[in-house]
Write a protein that binds this ligand. Structure first.
Ligand SMILES: O=C(O)C(=O)C[C@]1(C(=O)O)C=C[C@@H](O)C=C1
Length: 354
């Protein structure tokens, strides 16, 4: 077959796909109507996971799991928008890694609101100005994001999903030759994570200028000759900045985990869940040991345990943010909730991605 014939085949298949997608949307429309009458939530990550798992098992063609996931996550986001347009707040500015994480879950059609800090995201979710918020919780090179943990401790908000994302930096700029670059803009943390690249390619002959975000860096570099930015792909694209080098970070396993938060949404159980709680453990000898032993006895695997100052008066008291495997409705988890009562605050059960 020649190119024209192959393209004709593609056009025929696309027409069929379009018809099937429209059929799917008609059914989704009915689901939306049902959910409105029964006042149930639109976003159901456990159902989305179930669909992707099922399709992957059914798959006989060359599509990888990642490809199936990418295509269907976009379909789900169109479906959800069809059922009810969703507003999503993320830690801005536009082009930030949190923006990239938000788009990976909510797709291109959702309405996005870029906010300046983590507290503002919790404010707008709590007051329901937006349905969902996307915030970073931890980076595997830099550790936890204290502000997110503190907000989770103080608010009446639930975690509905976790989104792990590999963090890749680019060097982007308008210059076609490295010798012409005399200034590089970026955020402090990005400079730290791309140290080897900067030393190898520039030594100490460039000015490294710290700015508030990598998107700001991309914007400045797009307006100035002789400048470049260390920024994400999405930020370079936003400011039409050519990417000169990709994946310039020192550690190739640089990952950030984000939480999607919402008010009062509690996910149903899937076959692979994780639960996050906040625990105020008795301030007495053996208090923490007894608590951890209860998890051991119930055969619940802990994935994360992090202490944060409780910020009560002038004392040195701590909360523990704990992630464990399983859903909050599991009987063994329920026994722990019963035993500790008000000492435990449930923050969410969600499909495990990490
Ligand atoms: O099954 C549902 O509850 C739906 O709303 C449908 C659908 C889908 O497109 O398949 C859309 C949104 C949900 O997050 C999960 C699945």
């Amino acid at each position: 077959m020649n190119l024209d014939q192959l393209r004709e085949r593609i056009d025929e298949i696309d027409a069929k796909l379009l018809e099937l997608l429209n059929q799917r949307m008609e059914v989704v429309h009915e689901v939306g109507a049902l959910k409105r009458t029964s006042k149930t939530v639109i976003y159901r990550p456990e159902r989305e996971k179930f669909i992707i798992d099922r399709l992957y098992k059914l798959n006989k063609g060359g599509l990888t799991r990642a490809a199936i996931e990418a295509i269907f996550l976009e379909i789900f986001s169109v479906s959800r928008h069809f059922e009810l347009p969703e507003r999503v707040a993320y830690l801005g500015p536009e082009g930030s890694f949190t923006h990239q994480a938000a788009e990976s879950r909510f797709g291109a059609v959702s309405e996005y609101v870029a906010l300046n800090n983590i507290k503002q995201i919790f404010d707008s979710v709590e007051t329901e100005r937006v349905r969902f918020g996307v915030v970073p919780i931890e980076n595997n090179q830099e550790g936890s994001v204290a502000e997110t943990i503190d907000q989770l401790c103080e608010r009446d908000i639930k975690i509905v999903a976790e989104v792990p994302m590999s963090i890749h930096f680019t060097l982007s700029g308008l210059e076609d030759r490295l010798e012409k670059i005399h200034t590089i803009y970026s955020k402090d943390i990005a400079f730290r994570q791309c140290k080897n690249f900067l030393e190898n390619y520039f030594g100490d002959r460039v000015n490294l200028v710290e700015v508030a975000s990598t998107s700001k860096a991309a914007k400045l570099a797009s307006e100035e000759e002789g400048a470049a930015a260390i920024c994400s792909h999405i930020a370079a694209k936003l400011y039409n900045l050519p990417v000169l080098f990709e994946n310039i970070e020192d550690s190739k396993s640089n990952r950030t985990r984000f939480f999607i938060i919402s008010k009062n949404i509690v996910n149903q159980k899937s076959d692979n869940d994780k639960t996050t709680i906040l625990a105020k453990i008795k301030d007495e000898p053996g208090g923490l040991v007894e608590f951890l032993n209860d998890f051991k006895r119930e055969k619940i695997n802990l994935c994360k345990l992090e202490s944060r100052p409780a910020r009560i008066k002038a004392s040195f008291k701590y909360f523990f943010l704990i992630d464990f495997e399983g859903h909050y409705t599991d009987l063994n988890a329920q026994r722990i909730f019963e035993k500790y009562g008000e000492r435990i605050t449930f923050l969410g059960s969600y499909v495990r991605m990490v």
